[in-house]
Design a protein around this ligand. Structure first.
Ligand code: HGY
Ligand code: MN
Ligand code: MN
Ligand code: MN
Length: 396
């Protein structure tokens, strides 16, 4: 809790509440410096890979390492725990293991992945997707933030070489096994009365951009019958998203971001961009939900004399975590509950390449991606002790 308190002032967002910490922005760079210092204080040697992910090595770097960590960026107005808890817990786990005289028998690293939330450049898990080649360097470098700054420009100003960004087989080889501790983002562990659990799976999920164009015009001078208003179409897309996801068991669809152009109170927008986040148990269900929303969007846009184009900005199929590793993690912890999650994680991206596990820490509010996200100090401590035991077993 002291470590979390250390960074409590960094990126606090008084306007939205909570924290706004985005990949390679001033705030995230400050958190990276904090991490580098904290790791250095423990005698870990820190290096930054080609994609801006930070690696703190306990002992010499090497292939097949036991790797743990998470991310330091947040959604706009996010909570204090999503990401930082996993980073802090990883450092604390090193302290716990050291204090008992443990020396890893394998290479061992604490990692901080860049831009996990996609809060700045729109693609979640950007650092781990680049590392694994799940997104191409070309596509990634062209991404831009809301001020028009490209990823290429952002990494350059963070001291990285954009020409080296992309699939990093060397870094991937270094990961023998990855364990990410994370605050739970629902009420699963509260309902089970357990402070710590292990992840079983992640929903299939992705992000789609709907660009609706109509006719910009005067709010007072334009008769209602003469309008081609993309905001009216957008409103119906939002309702279609709720309808489509409600009809499919376990599916979720959210429109959390919508930008009218030009965005004036007395201006009928000429265009509206909105982003759909859709998730479901498997690929078929997720695709079906998105197909239904897309069809509804075409229909309502046509009724309004507007045109809509839909583009997929990122997608990941269902992740089922390595069952053998999950069972052995649960065994080390004396049989903690396994639970699925609707949230994406770097661990989910890595799971396609290396054995990967996640530990969840109970969140009494059940709220996440909002300032009310919480974890009790005792539960965080239980998470650290659990993580340390798992890492000890894996790095023996
Ligand atoms: O689940 C998400 O929205 C993100 O990957 N944390
Ligand atoms: Mn998150
Ligand atoms: Mn997270
Ligand atoms: Mn006027």
């Amino acid at each position: 809790m002291t470590s979390l308190a250390d960074i409590a002032g960094v990126g606090a967002d008084p306007r939205r509440g909570g924290y706004s910490r985005h990949g390679f922005d001033r705030v995230e760079l400050e958190l990276r410096s904090w991490f580098t210092e904290e790791a250095g204080r423990r005698g870990l040697s820190v290096e930054c890979d080609r994609n801006g992910n930070l690696w703190a090595w306990w002992g010499a770097p090497g292939d097949g390492a036991v790797v743990t960590g998470s991310h330091l960026d947040s959604v706009p107005g996010g909570g204090a725990f999503d990401g930082p808890l996993g980073v802090v817990a990883a450092l604390e786990a090193v302290d716990v293991l050291r204090a008992k005289g443990f020396v890893p028998g394998k290479p061992f690293a604490v990692v901080v992945f860049a831009e996990e939330e996609g809060g700045r450049f729109g693609v979640a898990c950007l650092g781990s997707r680049l590392l694994t080649g799940a997104i191409s360097a070309d596509a990634a470098l062209r991404l831009s933030d809301s001020d028009g700054v490209t990823l290429a420009e952002a990494v350059r100003s963070a001291g990285l070489d954009p020409s080296l960004v992309g699939h990093d087989a060397e870094a991937l080889r270094r990961i023998g096994v990855f364990v990410e501790l994370h605050v739970e983002q629902g009420r699963g562990l509260v309902d089970l009365g357990a402070p710590v659990g292990v992840a079983s799976s992640i929903l299939a999920h992705g992000r789609w951009r709907f660009s609706i164009s109509g006719e910009g015009n005067h709010a007072g001078a334009t008769l209602m019958v003469d309008r081609r208003d993309p905001m009216v179409a957008a409103a119906q897309v939002v309702l279609a998203a709720r309808r489509a996801a409600t009809a499919v068991e376990g599916a979720r669809a959210t429109v959390g971001r919508l930008i009218p152009n030009p965005g004036g109170t007395n201006v009928i927008p000429s265009s509206v961009d909105l982003w759909l986040d859709a998730r479901a148990e498997d690929d078929a269900r997720t695709r079906a939900v998105v197909a239904e929303i897309t069809a509804a969007a075409s229909e309502v846009a046509a009724q309004e004399g507007c045109v809509v184009t839909v583009s997929e900005e990122s997608y990941g199929d269902t992740v089922v975590f390595d069952a053998g590793l999950r069972d052995s993690v649960s065994g080390v912890l004396g049989g903690v509950p396994a639970l699925p999650t609707g949230a994406g994680h770097d661990a989910g991206i890595l799971a396609g390449h290396v054995p990967t596990a996640m530990l969840f820490v109970r969140n009494p509010t059940g709220v996440s991606h909002a300032p009310e996200e919480f974890a009790e100090a005792d539960d965080c401590a239980a998470g650290v002790v659990a993580l340390a035991s798992v890492l000890e077993e894996l790095a023996r």
